[in-house]
Design a protein around this ligand. Sequence first.
Ligand SMILES: [Zn+2]
Length: 437
Amino acid sequence: MIILPDWLITSAQDPPREHWGIRFAGDVIVDVAPGADLLKRYPEDEVLNASGQVLAPGFVNAHIHLYGVLAHGLPLDKAPSGFWPFLEDFWWPLVEDRLDSAKINAATDYRCAQLLSSGVTSFYNCTEAPNALPGVLFSQAEIVHRWGLRGILSFEATQRISEENGQLGLQENADFSRACKTGEGLMGGMICHHTTFTCSPEFIQQAYKLAEEVDVLLHAHVSEGAYEPEYTQKTFGKRTLQVYADLGVTGPRFLASQCVQITAEEIEIIASSGTRMSHMPLSNCEVGGGFAPVPQLVEAGAVVGLGSDGYIENFFEVMRGAFLVHKANQQDPRVMPADLVWYLATEGGANSLGLKNVGRLEKGWQADLQLIKPTLPTPLEGHNLYDQLLLYCSAADVHNVWVAGKQKVRDGLVLGADWDRLRAHTREAAHQLWSLT
Ligand SMILES: [Zn+2]
């Protein structure tokens, strides 16, 4: 099949190409060229004329908690007063510890449809639900598989509940990752532990060894607020990334999400070791965590992806967050230009997750595609395309989506999504979660 848009984004590191198109067969892109050349080369092909539209790589949401939607609107007496109270008084007792597989599955079903509707074709999910073990990843995976998304699932192992629960969490990750490696399809696994303040150094090293053994990445939330570096300084006499470096964990096998409260030395540890990082600008605001030094990390050469963290899911909003908060924080409108944010939202995210041939539209790369149909009051041109799409478009402008060459959104409709049913199930799960005491 050939798609002929007005504009083609092959990689956000390159200028957009006017009247170029792609040809894909099965799950792979087989040709990228000016539209007229494609028509000449393949006269028998089916052609989708996407006039007035922009063809771009599908977004990679590099960090999500699929169940997070259940916390939207959860009744609270007052907002938590900082990152630690956010966890201790809100997230752990009222959300994580109350989750079971049925609630997680209802949220997963709704979220998968929502991801597709906003142009997301790949994601990494971290499930935090100590009382849903074992088997929670396998039942989530059935739902993700049904929607046909490219998903990496992990369970956040923690010793916060008990040693036994921590071991169950690691086992869940290992079992699921191994099952993905032997199975066919778009799913993958990762080993995951929570933080240095909920997992002992021995537990973290065990998690890392397991990741080596299964040959997948190890993920952790790192210095999401000031609490963790204060804890590591008090407990180990050093900052969080130095703890990880001394444990032998930093490097290309480690995905350190958040990295909000980190120093220049820690940026250097991330960049020089090849540690991967993911950035969640909107949830950093939500928890009052601070500003992650993402412009500095990118400048230092770190591998950085972009994620929603299960908070505000419209990926255009997440991109706007990444585009705007650093300009205000650094009092410099030149930082985080639109093409860089697009890169983090696509190829950067794929790199942070270790996904191969995902995030660009080039020959031999995966056919993970989105057609965006902007309705703008000013001209869309090569010089402003990344800015116009990032600032003035939204999920509602995502017109068609393909994952691995299979169409998932057609003319703005997510195929197979009964939104009334999906919302009703999610509302019911939220109602049950909120009414537990
Ligand atoms: Zn998170």
